[in-house]
Ligand binder design. Structure first.
Ligand code: PHE
Length: 357
């Protein structure tokens, strides 16, 4: 029995893998293993012999089984350690900014705008870029014959021959999301809607695709004064310039009454644009009190509720804030431009951490 113990315990401890271990198990304690065969001999022994040999054989079997189990665990641990040695990753290494790429100024500014309005209690809403003409025009108090349809240089989609329904459009502004948000949420409501919009136009400050952010606040006691405060707060936070000055200029939009366009005071001295000083004014957004017909189209009772809305060009305010002279370059995908005007990929703007750093 001692020979058996020595033989198997040392073989188990030097086994190189699980297959060898399994062979040893079969040889020792398998059905026809050496220890099992010895146990069968117990029947031929005298009771006295059996009293000694029985417990000893059982103890040997237990000993071999636990040696097998322990070795199995040890082999698995060793295999895992081998793997860990090859499959490691140093998560403390600094990110390689070049390889990750940079955040596009439009994305950066969208995040900044969202952070500022979120802080004022506005949620983010979205709508489709291919829009029905009802949402893009009619619901916004722009009926079929209205000149605003032509002024907007709309892109229309094609209908199949014989389909006389009005064609869908690439949305010309984010204002249709006003209607969709009113339908989805009812009043009171406070949302901003950032997104892509499309108009057939192309020069230094116009591209056929650009970005707007719509704002909408509706409640029982909202006035033009709230609109003015919100926009002033926004501009102060966004442009990070003390003494930003805004000018509200009477204007006209079919979907707001009264309407105002907002200009920001600036100077162009020496060819560089400075905000908050000088004698020039730069238009940055359209706004006004939501027209009762628009509230109705969104399913909200204009006798009970009123609100303000505004629409701002995201690319425009990005150009202003970061001194980017040509809008067309935004969408050229020129890596040199992206590296120059882009933002570190892992730096998310927040009011706490500093918006633009
Ligand atoms: N939709 C208008 C535009 O694209 C902007 C606007 C939005 C004006 C909301 C007033 C209210 O020019």
């Amino acid at each position: 029995m001692d020979d058996l113990r020595d033989k198997y315990i040392s073989a188990i401890s030097s086994a190189s893998d699980e297959a060898v271990l399994e062979d040893l198990r079969v040889q020792a304690v398998g059905k026809k293993g050496e220890v099992s065969l010895k146990m069968r001999e117990l029947g031929k022994m005298t009771p006295e012999e059996r009293q000694v040999a029985g417990p000893a054989l059982n103890a040997l079997k237990d000993e071999i089984n636990s040696a097998l189990a322990a070795k199995k665990v040890a082999l698995a641990d060793a295999a895992l350690n081998e793997r860990l040695k090859t499959e490691w990753l140093d998560v403390s290494l600094p990110a390689r900014e070049r390889r990750v790429g940079t955040i596009h100024p439009v994305s950066q500014v969208s995040e900044e705008v969202t952070a500022i309005f979120a802080d004022m209690g506005f949620a983010v809403a979205e709508g489709p870029q291919i829009e029905s003409d009802w949402y893009n025009f009619d619901a916004l108090n722009i009926p079929g014959h209205h000149p605003a349809r032509a002024e907007m240089d709309t892109f229309y989609t094609h209908r199949k021959d014989g389909d006389n329904r009005p064609p869908h459009v690439l949305r010309t502004h984010t204002s249709p999301v006003q209607i969709r948000s009113m339908e989805a949420q009812g009043a009171p409501i406070r949302v901003i809607c950032p997104g892509r919009v499309y108009r057939a136009d192309y020069d230094q400050t116009h591209t056929p695709m650009f970005h707007q952010v719509e704002g909408l606040a509706i409640d029982t006691d909202i006035s033009m004064a709230n609109l003015k405060w919100v926009l002033e707060e926004f501009c102060r936070a966004f442009f990070e310039v003390d003494g930003v000055e805004l000018r509200f200029r009477a204007s006209h939009f079919p979907f707001t009454e009264p309407s105002a366009e907002v200009d920001i005071r600036c100077s162009w001295e020496g060819g560089t644009l400075k905000l908050g000083e000088g004698d020039d004014w730069l238009e940055i957004l359209g706004s006004g009190m939501v027209h009762p017909k628009v509230l109705e189209a969104g399913g909200i009772d204009p006798a009970k509720y009123q609100g303000f809305a505004f629409g701002m060009g995201i690319d425009r305010i990005a150009m202003l804030k970061y001194g980017i002279p040509d809008l067309r370059a935004f969408f050229d995908s020129d890596l040199r431009w992206l590296r120059h005007y882009g933002f570190p990929a892992l730096d998310q703007p927040s009011l706490q951490g500093g918006l633009s750093r």
